[in-house]
Write a protein that binds this ligand. Structure first.
Ligand code: ARG
Ligand code: MN
Length: 316
């Protein structure tokens, strides 16, 4: 099926734990254990990472390795744009979640005059900026990069001039300024946020389908409502962080959180959402096999990847 093209990004510099760069290899091992031909079926393109920076001193405490994150975001942006120019559907397999900023920049670069909505399936809101981050880990910041929200009214960190300059550059990758409107983000399964993120979610009326609402309404209804809420957008990007799955299962990820989706729910959710014709890109992130036993997270993530791709192709 040559319409799908995989984009592999082994970047892990923006996570707080080591090992997410091995997530793609873990997915491939899982595919072999399943006797699946998935990785032989689709073309793929590799995006170089900046993981060598991990062996050097970090100079940016409130935005760790922001220099490398900037480089990586630019590369992912350009690759996503290229793949869309080939009229292919990009499926991004990535390490830590900061890659998603590059993906969104790439979609927007490709379709600058069209409105882009985002369905963000995650335990976290990833809306921090260097001014508000509790950890300095930039995988908590991709949605601030693409909305341009510094959230200075909730500032807790004083950042250096060097950090500020690169942060401003990141906000202008692809096209100048914000790529998406914060009101065009729909969260699903977000359940671990800090006050600065809660502030932004309230201020901009960002919808979150909480675990409670999901179990009350059921997955199909949530998928339907999430896409309907973005009916005013021409394009939809879906970002699937495996920590949206409950921490009883998702041990092989850097920041597991209780109270999340079951594997079956995550599978059905992505299967349903990707039927929507406006979905123009899908991404899966944060598999970290070094934190796991028996490659369980990757086995489950691969099931979801394969099932989502199947649903996409059946509904092209
Ligand atoms: N993509 C993720 N796993 N993000 C986790 C972010 C956790 C926390 N909010 C932080 O900023 O450090
Ligand atoms: Mn995330």
């Amino acid at each position: 099926m040559n319409k799908v093209k995989l984009i592999e990004v082994r970047s892990e510099i923006a996570a707080g734990t080591r090992g997410a760069s091995l997530g793609i290899e873990a997915l491939k091992v899982a595919s072999l254990d399943r006797d699946s031909q998935y990785f032989g079926t689709f073309d793929s393109v590799n995006v170089d990472d900046e993981n060598n920076l991990l062996f050097l001193k970090n100079n940016y405490p409130h935005a760790k390795h922001i220099d490398g994150v900037h480089t990586m975001v630019r590369r992912v942006c350009s690759t996503v744009n290229d793949v869309m120019n080939e009229k292919r559907f990009p499926i991004v397999l990535a390490g830590d979640h900061s890659t998603a900023a590059g993906t969104i920049c790439g979609i927007k670069k490709n379709r600058p005059d069209q409105r882009l909505g985002v369905i963000w399936i995650d335990a976290h809101a990833d809306l921090h900026s260097p001014y508000t981050t509790p950890s300095g880990n930039m995988h908590g910041m991709p949605l601030a990069m693409v909305t341009g929200l510094d959230n200075k009214e909730m500032q807790v960190n004083d950042i250096t001039e060097g950090t500020r300059e690169i942060w401003e550059d990141i906000k202008n990758v692809g096209v100048k300024g914000p790529k998406i409107d914060p009101g065009d983000i729909v969260f699903i399964s977000v359940r671990d946020t800090e006050d600065p993120e809660k502030h932004l979610m309230e201020k901009h009326g960002i919808k979150n389908f909480t675990p409670e609402e999901i179990s009350r309404k059921g997955i199909k209804q949530v998928a339907k409502e999430a896409t309907e809420m973005l009916s005013h957008c021409e394009n939809i990007y879906v970002s699937f962080d495996v920590d949206s799955i409950d921490s009883r299962i998702s041990k092989g990820t850097g920041t597991p959180v209780p109270g999340g989706l079951s594997v079956e729910e995550a599978k059905l959710l992505n299967e349903e959402i990707i039927k929507e014709k406006k979905v123009c890109c899908w991404e899966i992130v944060e598999v970290n096999p070094t934190l796991d036993t028996e490659n369980l997270m990757a086995e489950n993530a691969f099931d979801i990847l394969e099932n989502t791709t199947k649903s996409l192709i059946e509904n092209f």
